[in-house]
Ligand binder design. Structure first.
Ligand code: DOR
Ligand code: ZN
Length: 354
């Protein structure tokens, strides 16, 4: 069995849920799921309880990560309507600034464009600024990026109209980068009956088959694959008010390796989008002596249960994949092997040195 060796994958879009909703996930379980999925570093989103929006909440989240993370990490700051110079000064300690410009899970929604000016103007040019901006709101976000002449990164592009806007912006040389998720690359509204209405809830919502096709057709303008790992308890997903989001850390690599096997992208396309481009956009240090060993021949079916994430379900259940993580080495140490996470909580390091 010839093993394939990949660099440690980096997921720039993970909802860890701690502080606050540790019954959904915490730093220990999220980073165990990351290692099992071949990710040796994650960037954590700020829509926690409380949300990470200032120095106090940032330090509290980082302290939890120091104590519990099993892989390397950085933490995003979320912008509120009160964003100012004090928050902008936190940039070096963060993964970047997240702007929720479209409505989603949690309280961090910048509903009026009046509240967008300060973050677009004050956040340092060289620090990542990530927007959740769907459909028409994406056009508004691109307008602000132009207005303040600054780079932005667009999270989870999901629809044809969005990838075409980004293509247009890139063709004009605007400094915009973007990511797509495995769920928008492999699922559409047609999968909702199979997944179940509540479980299928996600933001951005699943698209039409033509949206999915447009993402594949425009893969050259997709910089990054990010999971948007958004765990919720199955009881919540099956309730009358299901929160949006899917766990994704443990299924992303097998799904994408299967697409490589099928000739839909190359292995280099994958490694660029899950390692090199992520490091370049977020200006992340190299993780020395770090790699992932994959059995590229292993064929398996995505199971319903048995995952490391506390949200022990997946919308990809039953899908047949080829390619399996065998072993993960982080800074010279085996941290995952044949289904077992070996790295203890607290062994992960901050990617920002804080
Ligand atoms: O589906 C989603 N879930 N989309 C988001 O934007 C937020 C996320 C969450 O935090 O649950
Ligand atoms: Zn998200």
């Amino acid at each position: 069995m010839a093993l394939l060796r990949l660099p440690g994958l980096i997921d720039p879009h993970v909802h860890v849920r701690e502080p606050g909703a540790t019954y959904k996930e915490d730093w220990s379980t999220a980073t165990a799921a990351a290692l099992a999925g071949g990710f040796t570093a994650i960037l954590a989103m700020p829509n926690t309880q409380p949300p990470v929006t200032d120095e106090t909440t940032l330090e509290a989240a980082l302290q939890l990560a120091r104590e519990k993370a099993r892989c390397d990490y950085a933490q995003y700051l979320g912008a509120t309507a009160h964003f100012g110079p004090r928050e902008a000064a936190l940039a070096p300690r963060t993964a970047g600034l997240k702007l929720y410009l479209s409505r989603t899970f949690g309280p961090l929604w910048l509903v009026s464009t009046e509240t967008w000016h300060h973050p677009f103007r004050l956040w340092p040019q060289e620090a990542p600024l990530v927007v959740h901006a769907e459909r028409v709101t994406l056009a508004a976000a691109l307008f602000f990026a132009r207005l303040y002449r600054r780079p932005i990164h667009v999270a989870h592009v999901a629809y044809r109209e969005e990838i075409l806007l980004i293509r247009g912006a890139k063709e004009r040389g605007w400094p915009v980068t973007c990511e797509v998720t495995p769920h928008h690359l492999f699922l559409t509204q047609e999968d909702i009956p199979r997944i179940g209405e509540g479980r299928a809830e996600v933001r951005p919502k699943l698209g039409l088959p033509q949206d999915r096709a447009a993402l594949w057709e425009n893969l050259e303008v997709v910089d990054v694959f990010a999971t948007d790992h958004a765990p919720h308890a199955v009881q919540e997903k099956d309730s009358p008010q299901p929160p949006p989001g899917y766990p994704g850390l443990e299924t992303a690599l097998p799904l994408l390796l299967t697409a490589v096997q099928e000739g839909r992208l190359t292995l280099d396309d994958l490694v660029q989008r899950m390692h090199h481009r992520v490091r370049a956009i977020w200006r992340l240090p190299e993780q020395g002596e770090t790699w992932v060993e994959v059995d590229p021949q292993a064929r398996w079916e995505i199971p319903a249960h048995g995952w490391h994430t506390r949200a022990d379900w997946t919308p990809f259940v039953g899908m047949k994949v080829q390619g399996r993580v065998k072993r993960v080495v982080l800074r010279g140490k085996a941290v995952y092997q044949d289904g077992r996470v070996l790295a203890p909580p607290g062994s992960g390091r901050s990617l920002r040195g804080v």
